[in-house]
Design a binder for this molecule. Structure first.
Ligand SMILES: Cc1ncc(COP(=O)(O)O)c(C=O)c1O
Length: 441
């Protein structure tokens, strides 16, 4: 009983997330420092951050204004409850976010992670219909190859088999649209593929099967990120919007990756000119310096809840750490950095250079597709026979050893560096990856 002395360099206790624990612990990759575009490894190497951490450090690492804001807040007020209480920075942060959002996405509900944001959005969608007297609308529609985090809501609407198959029946009443990726029809498209808008029509098939009166919401990532950067086919999101409108179905964009500049504007909704009814964000919201998430809702969604007796709680939902004081301080400082340094504009200005650099890898060994949008790209490699994911993993490890941190999904290498990058960084990232591709069989 009781505590035993910790063993130095013991790697056993931490059960690592989304990691092959035994493989990792046999050959660990440890990060001990970070500044701007680079990580420092435990053996003192500088590694360029080709993935903005996990698609989240959009303004670069350890930015002084954000560090200062967090330190100041921690000393001033560490925590304040937000159930039946408030604190000024939460209101200020929400107002600043509402100002940044397109259309009338003017109300903000805070959570702590993308997964929580997704659960929150799905619950708001269900409660919205019920508040309007359409409580039979309970079905949720996700999409194959969608990633919406790891809560039961997120994995139910998500479309990644390994994230679903061992976790039982999940939420009832969920259907999936087909994913939008087809190598045959769109390989090496630059930006949005020409092919595939018709795939949105599958929503009509689902409506015909279940009737619109049973469907609450459709959730999609405007650009599927975690399954390897799948930009939407031209016209696809517009079509989804039209079909949702026609049938009174809410459209949710999961902008956990695309939010805060990744596609060259604040949100992909703006880039693609399609306004969803709800929008989930996290990651870049606080530049990942403090965990936080925000669900944006349009006015008509919010207004539907502001109807009953005024002393009644309108939505029985929230987290102890919703609008955490440190997160709000970090988020406000992050928004200042984004604005003052023109970070979204930098992403937009560099997107063509980024696209050319990504597509310059065409023709290198094993490369079967290259996809890009804004400052995101994916290089898809042919899987090794009978050993899917092994080639991708080798490329990923070699990149890290040679100074590039990339993101691996199956045999696809995804890139999404901090948006403070310059052309030199882009050359460095694709230079290392190109070199590594020639070294792997
Ligand atoms: C689109 C999308 N939604 C939700 C999530 C889940 O976010 P978190 O890991 O913060 O729960 C992610 C994470 O990558 C994501 O990419």
């Amino acid at each position: 009983m009781g505590q035993t002395a910790a063993v130095p360099n013991d790697l056993e206790s931490w059960w690592m997330p989304f990691t092959a624990n035994r493989q990792f612990k046999a050959n660990p990759r440890l990060l001990v420092g970070a500044k701007d575009m680079h990580y420092t490894t435990h053996d003192g190497r500088q590694v360029i951050d080709g993935s903005a951490g996990l698609w989240c450090v959009n303004a670069g690492h350890c930015r002084q204004p954000i560090v200062d804001a967090i330190q100041k807040q921690a000393a001033e007020m560490d925590f304040a409850p937000t159930f039946q209480m408030g604190h000024p920075k939460a209101f200020e942060f929400a107002a600043r976010l509402a100002h940044l959002a397109p259309g009338d996405l003017k109300h903000v509900f805070f959570a702590n992670s993308g997964s929580e944001a997704v659960d929150t959005a799905l619950k708001i969608a269900l409660a919205y219909h019920r508040a309007r007297g359409e409580g039979a609308r309970t079905r949720l529609i996700g999409r194959e190859r969608g990633y919406h985090g790891v809560g039961f809501g997120g994995i139910s609407v998500g479309g990644i088999v390994s994230n679903r198959k061992v976790f039982g029946p999940m939420l009832a009443g969920v259907d999936h649209l087909p994913h939008t990726h087809s190598l045959k029809d769109m390989a090496f498209s630059k930006g949005l593929p020409d092919w595939g808008a018709h795939l949105a029509d599958d929503l009509e098939r689902i409506v015909a099967l279940h009737d619109a009166s049973t469907i609450a919401a459709v959730i999609v990532e405007p650009v599927a990120g975690s399954t390897g950067v799948l930009p939407p086919p031209k016209g696809y999101l517009q079509k989804l919007r039209q079909i949702c409108d026609k049938h009174g179905i809410l459209l949710i964009f999961d902008e956990v990756i695309t939010g805060f500049g990744r596609t060259g504007t604040a949100f992909a909704a703006e880039t693609f000119g399609v306004i969803p009814d709800l929008m989930t964000t996290a990651k870049g919201l606080t530049n990942a310096a403090v965990p936080a998430a925000a669900v944006f809702t349009r006015k008509h969604v919010f207004d539907a809840f502001m109807q009953g007796p005024e002393h009644m709680i309108e939505l029985f939902h929230g987290y102890t750490y919703s609008a955490h004081a440190l997160a709000c301080a970090a988020g406000l400082a992050t928004l200042d950095v984004y604005r003052d340094e023109g970070i979204f504009e930098n992403a937009a200005a560099l997107a063509p250079y980024w696209e050319d650099a990504a597509h310059s890898l065409k023709g290198l060994p094993h490369v079967i597709d290259i996809r890009n949008i804004g400052i995101m790209a994916a290089i898809e490699l042919a899987p090794r026979e009978n050993a899917p994911t092994k080639r991708g993993y080798e490329v990923f490890v070699k990149c890290f050893e040679q100074g590039l941190m990339a993101r691996l999904t199956g045999d696809t290498i995804a890139l999404s560096p901090p948006l403070i990058l310059n052309k030199g960084h882009i050359d460095e990232i694709f230079g290392i990856l190109g070199k590594v591709l020639k070294q792997v069989d």
